[in-house]
Design a binder for this molecule. Structure first.
Ligand code: PAF
Length: 283
């Protein structure tokens, strides 16, 4: 595996490889866990060449968020990516992505104004940071396929919309959330959970399972399904930032579980802001 730092280098490394078959991109902010590794494995199976990008994108962190604390260990990440047979690690420095005078952003509207994008929460600016850097990564690398996790369900829906609206020639693959054996969704931010906080954090996945069980037992009314989830959060003393049922296609509010419905939860546990989700009523 080669590590490259500039757009020129990544394009030069890819030029002779393109004719061998599809180029896959796994965009990451590093601090790899099994969720990232599952994206890399899938990309390796699908593509002739796989690029993993590693860039902690300041534009998607709000003021007071964890940009400086965000876990970083490029040496470990590079070793893991190499073990999985990745071809190129693209780890640009800040100035390569945002050179002096950088003055452009790419925003997807509406979908980014709910859930995490509610202005009272992370706000739409978070997603504008994501869509700007993802658009740049697509332009820098020119992948045929790009891989993202369902754990960031809203991000996945926003990126699909970005690609559709701007006719970006890349196929988006969304892979299932990878969980710890006890159900906790893998996240780089789990590193912030100390002592008993980890136990509390399990309430999120328990809440999703309780809602899923309610749906399986025939409940369809949003209030009833949400109540089943809420009980689990309350029992652990976890106050959700949001707990909402929305269409898994366009994030419109769901009064009833009807077809693919996204149950999304966010909560702060200690220093960690955690998100998780499940698609319920998938029939
Ligand atoms: O999901 C992430 O790790 C980031 O939001 C992404 C897609 C790499 C953009 O910085």
């Amino acid at each position: 595996m080669r590590t490259v730092r500039t757009v020129e280098e990544v394009r030069a490394a890819l030029a002779p490889r393109r004719k061998r078959g599809p180029v896959g991109l796994v965009p990451t902010m590093g601090a790899f866990h099994d969720g990232h590794l599952s994206l890399m494995r899938r990309a390796r199976g699908d593509c002739a060449t796989v690029v993993v990008s590693l860039f902690v994108n300041p534009a998607q962190f709000g003021p007071g968020e964890d940009l400086t604390a965000y876990p970083r260990d490029e040496t470990r990440d590079a070793a893991l990516a190499a073990e999985l047979g990745m071809d190129i690690l693209f780890a640009p420095p800040h100035e390569e992505v945002y050179p002096p005078g950088f003055d452009t952003s790419v925003a997807v509207h509406r979908l980014t104004e709910v859930l995490c994008g509610d202005p009272e929460r992370r706000g739409p600016e978070h997603f504008t940071g994501v869509t700007t850097v993802v658009t740049k990564l697509f332009n820098m690398v020119g992948p045929d396929v790009a891989y993202f996790g369902q754990k960031d369900a809203q991000q996945a829906i926003v990126i699909r919309k970005l690609v559709r609206d701007l006719d970006i020639p890349v196929r988006i693959e969304i892979l299932p959330t990878v969980r710890e054996p006890d159900g906790l969704a893998m996240s780089s931010r789990n590193a912030y959970l100390a002592g008993e906080e980890r136990e509390c954090a399990l309430a999120l996945s328990r809440a999703l399972r309780a809602a899923d069980a309610a749906v399986a037992s025939g409940r369809r009314d949003a209030a009833e399904v949400l109540m089943a989830a809420r009980r689990e959060l309350d029992a652990a003393g976890v106050e959700p930032e949001y707990l909402e049922l929305r269409s898994a296609e366009d994030l419109s509010p769901a009064e009833r579980v009807n077809g693919r419905t996204l149950l999304a939860v966010a909560a702060r546990v200690g220093r960690a802001r955690l998100i998780d989700n499940a698609v319920v009523g998938d029939e």
